[in-house]
Design a binder for this molecule. Structure first.
Ligand code: FAD
Length: 273
């Protein structure tokens, strides 16, 4: 494959889920990912599952990145987890602020992802490559688009090595974002996060929550398919493979797939490249 790829998983909750994910990983390893990353629940809620999955990936001989969110965390707890991750052989982190479920007070010693990036650099030097999140369609809590771009540049200045974007279906938002942050002096790679489309209601609900725009024509077509999963998947593959092709042609350095712990859609998209 010409363009490098990476894959994201979430930690399974049951032994059956863990076994299924093991099989999914084996299928996706055939695509030779640069690394596989594992999400981390807000407030450390999945720490055990995240670290176990990261450990399994490393034991399978593949580079693993642990996501790491700082909201509600203390410096001591972060220091301790960094020591654990280093001892496990982890060399890449996705450093995030995270979101606490409503009702939780923020607390903690970190306010923004940039605080975490700076802390990791100060504590561990160059032991970890640090990825951060990017929002071509603007983070939903940003004070303004300009403030969001500045916040992103602050993460780069704090020591991030590269970024992975929130998913989007509008390639122009990505290209504009890259142009805008280059003007702010950010030269790190910005890797598009790709969400395959395999279902309608789940995607529409999730996208509303995280501020990813589903273009009207895509939304209406998905809604019109109703329960016809085969048509949704075929249409989704067409839309997302066109998006990937545009991103690659426009200079995206690699693609990061939100696999949702499923192999088929990501395999089909990679095959289309
Ligand atoms: P930040 O970069 O800190 O930004 C959060 C908000 O604060 C933005 O609106 C920004 O504009 C603003 N801001 C930042 N700095 C400042 C400042 N100095 N002053 C004022 N405003 C500021 N969530 C999880 O819980 N677990 C995961 O594993 C996970 N993985 C993710 C992976 C990727 C690739 C992406 C894109 C997102 C992921 N998320 C994950 C979601 C993420 O935690 C949320 O989007 C969260 O709301 C923001 O995290 P952040 O790291 O982007 O925060």
């Amino acid at each position: 494959m010409a363009i490098p790829v990476s894959f994201e998983f979430f930690p399974p909750k049951t032994p059956e889920g863990a076994e299924k994910l093991r099989q999914v990983r084996q299928q996706l390893y055939a695509l030779q990912p640069e690394f596989c990353s594992v999400t981390y629940g807000a407030g450390g809620s999945t720490q055990e599952g995240t670290f176990a999955t990261v450990g399994a990936i490393i034991a399978e001989g593949v580079a693993a990145a642990s996501h790491f969110s700082c909201i509600g965390a203390t410096k001591d707890s972060v220091r301790e987890q960094l020591t654990t991750l280093k001892a496990m052989g982890v060399k890449r982190l996705v450093a995030l602020r995270g979101d606490l479920p409503s009702g939780y007070g923020a607390g903690g010693e970190f306010h923004y992802a940039s605080d975490l990036v700076g802390f990791i650099r100060a504590e561990t030097g160059d032991d970890f490559a640090i990825e951060v999140a990017a929002y071509p369609e603007i983070h939903p809590q940003a004070k303004s688009p300009e403030a969001d771009l500045k916040a992103f540049a602050t993460k780069a200045k704090a020591g991030a090595n590269s970024a992975i974007t929130q998913y989007f279906y509008n390639a122009d938002a990505y290209f504009r974002f890259v142009d805008d942050v280059r003007k702010l002096g950010v030269d790190m790679p910005i890797v598009p996060g790709i969400m395959p489309i395999t279902s309608s209601s789940q995607l529409l609900r999730f996208s509303d929550a995280c501020g990813a725009e589903i273009p009207r024509w895509v939304r209406l077509r998905l809604q019109a398919y109703g329960d016809d999963t085969a048509s949704i998947k075929a249409f989704g593959l067409e839309v997302v493979s066109d998006l990937c092709a545009r991103l690659v042609a426009g200079g995206a350095p690699s693609l990061h797939f939100y696999t949702m712990n499923q192999a088929a859609a990501t395999q089909a998209l990679c095959a289309s490249l």
